[in-house]
Structures are given as structure tokens and as C-alpha cells.
Write a protein that binds this ligand. Structure first.
Ligand SMILES: Cc1ncc(COP(=O)(O)O)c(C=O)c1O
Length: 479
């Protein structure tokens, strides 16, 4: 069913106008901070089942549908949305999504998206250089260099990097299956994708062992060597040591330089989960938080967290590019034609076969705004989180467990875990504010991720008022 694209152009214009109006309303906080509604209500409002059955949507009907769809979406552009580690997308990157939607270039093989593949080559090299590694030359010679691949998300990037770590210590595992003596040492508050990756790799989830931590789950570097030696004393092998930059729940950073030094001395694969925090490399005022990241063998870095890129755009990066290629020891002969200076295939390095043109999104933000502007944004949001934490700590009844290092902060009101969950849910359902909660150290905390450039001290004051009122309402038995 092909249509002349010119017939569809007015519909695009309508959509752009409606999205623009919707985002402006959110930015001015004129609309609710959350699009949450029960599933039954949303199904009714979207009339989705009927549309699927009958089809035939026209321009006017689409406009109504889009209005409802936007209303029940997560309102990321609203300054009272201070919830998940999801980028408030910048317009150049959003435009890239539209171009990708039209062109649909599954670029893992060069001939299926030459422009997109060229941008991935450049973006991966940009990230590799930011970490402090050697970029991949156009013509690969004998000199060691870094490399990597863009993936559909950090979870897949963690899997990709840990697959490379397994290939490094047990190359036979690809054909023969995983040996039973491998152990992965990871921070106690690792993202769940780490345990999943280890289980998927056939090591069994129990192969993940927690590294010793100091306060708030931050890895104690003094315990790393001992942990590796304990694994060896059991007659087992340490496949990788993992560190977080930063940890999902707390936003705190593990001491990468000290952990990396132990890994180098013991010839142990060092993997840094920098999904959220690797972007700190863009600004000299924040880069110290990831000091030592260049000691890693592999790093994951999500652009769809702090680089204002819509999901998804993640990277699995390697100090030595040969590990990236060695992770997947399988030749899909009908697709991969070998390394060729005139092309660049990411297929031999990725789980995915069809891969979206991920690099265009990040490229667009860098090209329009510039690296320095992105660095300023990160520094500003990290600074704001520290100021907000001080503001919250100053309010009677509120507790802040530590000074934030990134733009993630945690706090509590009162001492009742169930109340934290109740307050959060009630504010979200009423469209007043959207925040998250996390369990750390056996307690449930309220958690903010300050992603939005518009969230200011006045919004935090309003949030704290709301929390107090909501707690009173809940105590009085109101929903
Ligand atoms: C530290 C860390 N690792 C991995 C992930 C998973 O990344 P993704 O959501 O892109 O799969 C997250 C997501 O929040 C994270 O914070």
C-alpha cells in the first residue's frame, strides 16, 4: 500500500504542530506532570482495538488520537518529572529519529546504510577517544587501537562486553559452552542487566559475587584483590571485575582508578558500567568522577541517558578492538565480507542483525549543540542535584543519606517504607509530580533523577510541599 508522500505531508505538519504545542505546555507546567492512567481507561481513550480491527484513520481522526496518545505518555519535558534516567530528548536527536523512520537503514552491514555506518564509525571513535583510548584508524594495521559497537540499550551493551570477557578467558566457550569455573565480581548494587548477562552467558546467575562495599554500596577497592584471590583459592577463575560509574539507584561512583590498578596487576578483565555516568567525561568539572575509566578493558555508555538522545543509543566499547571482534566467533558468511577499508560492518560485533541508525541521533546533538554545551548541561544538572539535596535536607522531617555525586539523589520523609511508595504513587496518579523510589540498605527511599534543564529549586519546594500534603492525606485514609 504505497501512497504519494506529498499526500501525507500535511499529516506530518499536523503532528509536528501538535507535538510542539504539547511540549510547550509541559515545559511551562500547564499540563499534568504525569500521563499515568489505568490500562482500561487508556485502551478506551485510544480506542486502539477498534483502530487495529477496522483501520481507515484519516487526518482529523489521527489528530484526535495523537492528542490522547501524548496526554497518556510520560511527560519528560515537564519540570516536575524528576523520575527515571531517561533523557529529555533534544530536538536535533528527535529529528534524527524521524529521518531514521523514513529511511529505515538496517546498517549493521555497510551496504544497508552507508551514511549511518560512517556515522557509527565516527561516533564510536569519538567515545573511544573521550575515554582516553586510541581510535580505530580507517585502515587497520598492526597497532593496537580501541573500538566498539552501538547497541540497542545498555543492557545489551553489558551482555556484549561480558561476552568479550568470556571469550578472553575461555575462547572455547563459544563452541563448547561455558565452563563451570568462571566467576564475575560485581558491585552489590549493580544494575540487574549484569546478572542477566551472566546468566545468559551460561555461567549461572550465582557466578556473580558481590564485591566488598563501603557506605551506600560503593565498592571498597581494598577488597578487590582479596576477592580475586579468594576465587582463585577455590580453584575457580575470575572472568571479570565490574565497577559502576555510576550506580543506578544511588548515582554514586566506584573508585575506578584503584579497582583498575588491581585488575591490571592481576591480569583480570575490568568492565565499567558507565551507562549513566560515562557522559561525565564531557566536562572537566565532572570528568574526575570517572577518573581511571581508561584502565577498563570494556566500558558501556548510554547516550540515551545524559546526552539528551531519545532511546535507544548505547555503546559497548573496548580498549583493544580485537576483543570486540572476538566476542562473536561466528561468521555469518552471507552477510559479513571481512574487514574492508572501504566499508564498516558492525554486524560481526553485535547481538543484533537488523540495527537502527543509532549514531545519527547522537551525531545530531553533537553537531547542533556541540560537545561543550552537552558538558555544560551535565555539569549543571549534577550541580543542581547537590543543591536540591541540601534544600531537602534543610526541611524538617526529610532525610538525605548522602551528598549526590551525579544527578541522582535519594531522600526519605518519615520512616515508613510503605508510605514512601504510597506518596510516590499518589502524586503520579494525580499528575502532580513524577518521581521514583529505590530500596537501598534495607530501606525504601524516594529518588530523583534530575534530567530536565527546567527543574529548579522552586519545583523542589513545590515537590516537598506535595509530599507533606500527600502524606497527611494518606494518613487520613484518602487516596
Ligand atoms: C548502571 C546501569 N547499567 C545498565 C543499565 C541498563 O541500560 P538500558 O536501560 O539502556 O538497557 C542502566 C539503566 O538504568 C544503568 O543505570
Amino acid at each position: 500500500m504505497t501512497q504519494d508522500i506529498q499526500d501525507f505531508e500535511p499529516v506530518f505538519n499536523d503532528a509536528v504542530a501538535r507535538i510542539t504545542a504539547h511540549i510547550s505546555g509541559q515545559q511551562r507546567a500547564e499540563t499534568p506532570a504525569s500521563g499515568y492512567a489505568p490500562l482500561r481507561d487508556i485502551l478506551k481513550s485510544l480506542d486502539a482495538q477498534r483502530w487495529i480491527r477496522d483501520g481507515g484513520m484519516d487526518r482529523a481522526q489521527f489528530s484526535g488520537f495523537l492528542e490522547n496518545y501524548l496526554k497518556h505518555s510520560v511527560q519528560l519535558h515537564h519540570p516536575m518529572h524528576i523520575a527515571h534516567q531517561v533523557a529529555v530528548p533534544d530536538y536535533p536527536a528527535a529529528l534524527a529519529e524521524m529521518i531514521t523512520g523514513f529511511m529505515n537503514n538496517p546498517m549493521a552491514v555497510y551496504e544497508m546504510g552507508p551514511s549511518a555506518a560512517a556515522l557509527e564509525f565516527v561516533i564510536v571513535n569519538w567515545m573511544v577517544e573521550k575515554i582516553g583510548w586510541q581510535p580505530r584508524p580507517l585502515k587497520v594495521g598492526t597497532a593496537r587501537h580501541g573500538g566498539g559497537v552501538l547497541t540497542h540499550g545498555g543492557s545489551l551493551a553489558n551482555l556484549t562486553c561480558l561476552l568479550a570477557a568470556r571469550a578472553n578467558i575461555a575462547p572455547e566457550a563459544w563452541r563448547e559452552g561455558a565452563p563451570h569455573d568462571l566467576v564475575v565480581l560485581a558491585p552489590p548494587l549493580s544494575h540487574y542487566s549484569v546478572e542477566r548477562a551472566v546468566a545468559i552467558l551460561g555461567l549461572g546467575a550465582d557466578a556473580v559475587r558481590p564485591l566488598q562495599a563501603v557506605a551506600h554500596g560503593v565498592v571498597d577497592p581494598a577488597g578487590v584483590r582479596e576477592a580475586i584471590e579468594a576465587v582463585e583459592a577455590e580453584g575457580r577463575r575470575c572472568m571479570a571485575v565490574i565497577a559502576n560509574a555510576c550506580t543506578t539507584a544511588t548515582g554514586l561512583h566506584d573508585p575506578l582508578r584503584e579497582i583498575g590498578a588491581v585488575c591490571q596487576e592481576t591480569s583480570t578483565w575490568f568492565h565499567v558500567d558507565g551507562c549513566h555516568g560515562a557522559s561525565a567525561l564531557l566536562d572537566t568539572r565532572t570528568a574526575g568522577l570517572v577518573d581511571g575509566i581508561e584502565l577498563a578493558d570494556s566500558v558501556v555508555w548510554d547516550a540515551h541517558k545524559m546526552l539528551q538522545v531519545p532511546a535507544l543509543c548505547a555503546a559497548a566499547l573496548f580498549r583493544d578492538d580485537t576483543h570486540s571482534a572476538a566476542a562473536f566467533q561466528q561468521a555469518a558468511s552471507y552477510l559479513a565480507y571481512g574487514e574492508d577499508v572501504d566499508s564498516y560492518d558492525s554486524l560481526p560485533r553485535a547481538v543484533e542483525c537488523t540495527k537502527s541508525s543509532l549514531a545519527l541521533k547522537l551525531f545530531m546533538n553533537l553537531a547542533w549543540r556541540g560537545e561543550a554545551a552537552l558538558g555544560d548541561f551535565i555539569h549543571a544538572r549534577y550541580t543542581a542535584a547537590r543543591e536540591f539535596a541540601a534544600q531537602i535536607a534543610a526541611r524538617p522531617g526529610f532525610e538525605v543519606p548522602f551528598e549526590p555525586e551525579s544527578n541522582i539523589l535519594m531522600f526519605r520523609f518519615g520512616d515508613d517504607d510503605a508510605l514512601m511508595v504510597g506518596i510516590r504513587d499518589a502524586m503520579m496518579r494525580r499528575g502532580e509530580a513524577h518521581i521514583t523510589s529505590a530500596e537501598v540498605g534495607g530501606k525504601r527511599w524516594l529518588r530523583l533523577t534530575v534530567m530536565n534543564a527546567l527543574t529548579e529549586a522552586a519545583h523542589i519546594d513545590a515537590l516537598l510541599d506535595l509530599i507533606e500534603h500527600t502524606a497527611q492525606r494518606l494518613a487520613a485514609g484518602a487516596a
